[in-house]
Design a protein around this ligand. Sequence first.
Ligand code: PLP
Length: 371
Amino acid sequence: MASPVYVTQPFLPPLEELQPLLEEIWRSRRLTNGGPFHERLERALCDYLGVKHISLFANGTLGLVTALQSLRITGEVITTPFSFVATAHALLWNGIRPVFVDIHPESLNLDPEQVEAAITPLTTAILPVHVYGRPCDTSALQSIADRYGLRLIYDAAHAFAVEDEGGSVLRHGDLSVLSFHATKVFTTFEGGAIVSRDPQAKRRIDFLKNFGFTDEVTVVAPGINGKLNELQAAVGLVQLGHVDTALERRAAVDEAYRCGLEDVGGIRCLGRPKSRRHNYSYFPILVDAEFPIGRDALYEHLRSSGIFARRYFYPLITDFPMYRSLPSADKARLPVAAQVASQVLCLPIYPDMSEEETSRIVAVISAVAVR
Ligand SMILES: *Cc1c(COP(=O)(O)O)cnc(C)c1O
C-alpha cells in the first residue's frame, strides 16, 4: 500500500544552512529576549512581506491575545464561527464576549453586511479571519469600522505572503496576527507575529510580550511572556530563503487538484482566489448532495486509503461548550457557516507532495463518484 499522506507536511530547509546560525548562538550564548536573530528575522519579514512593523511571538494565539490587549479591547467583538478555535479563545482570555456572525457563501469569510447588523453599543472591534489565505472584503470591513468607530484586527494566521492589488493583505486594519505553527506555510515550529502600522503600536506590543517591562526596573502593564527565542528565530531566517519555492510547489499541487477534480460530479473546488498573490495554504473542497456519499463518509474512505484529509472547520467554534449558549451561536443565525462546515474537506497540500500522490487522491475521490 502507498505510504500515508497527511493534510500537510512542513517544508524544512537543508540542515547545513542552519548549522552556522546555531554555532553563532552557542558562541554568543544569547538565547532569547530579543537577541540578534530575533531582530534579523523581524527585519527580514518586514522586507519579505512588505509591511512596516512586525513583533515576533512564541505562537499565534499569544499574538491574538496580546493584539487585543494592546488596543485595550473590551465588551463585545464581532467574529466568525468558521475558524480555528483560537480566534474566539483569544477573546475569552481577554474577558471579551464574542458575537458570531455568518460567513459569505463564496469567500467563506465574515460577511460584512451581517457584521453591521450585529453592532451594539457594547461593540468595540471586529476580528475577521482570512480563511484559507483568501482575503476578506477588507474595504467593506474598514468602512464599517470607520463608520462605527470600531477597531479592526485580522486573524491572518492563514495569510502569510498573500497580496491584493495594493500589496500585502497584512497592511489592512489596525493589526494583523500571523501564526508560524508547524502546519502553516512559513514555520518556526511554533511561532507567530503581530503586524502593526505605526511605531507606537509596535512599542506597546513589544513591552506587552515581555511582561510589560519598558526598561530594567519599569513595568507599565500586566504583560505576558510571548517572546520567540533565538533558536526559532534562526530557523525562521533560514526558512524564509525557501518560502518562494515552497509557494510555487504548493501552486502546482493546487493546479493539479483543480484539473483532476474539475469533472468529478458533486465535488466543488472553491473559485481561484482573486488575490494578486496567493499562498495555497489549504485545498478545501465542498462535497455536494449529488456526490454518492457524504463528506464524513468520504473523509473515512480517504483515511482507509491512507489519505488524511481534515475537516477544517468542523465543528464550528459555536459548537464548542464554552460558546454554544451565546445567543449569537444559534445555528439558525449561521446557516452558511453550518452548511459549509458540514460539506468542507481540506485535501493534503504541501511543497514536497508528489504528482503521484495528488493523482492518487484524485483517483480515490473519482472512483467514489462513478461507482
Ligand atoms: C493556526 C491558527 C491560529 C493559532 O496559531 P498558533 O500559532 O497555533 O497559536 C489562530 N487562528 C487560526 C485561524 C489558525 O489557523
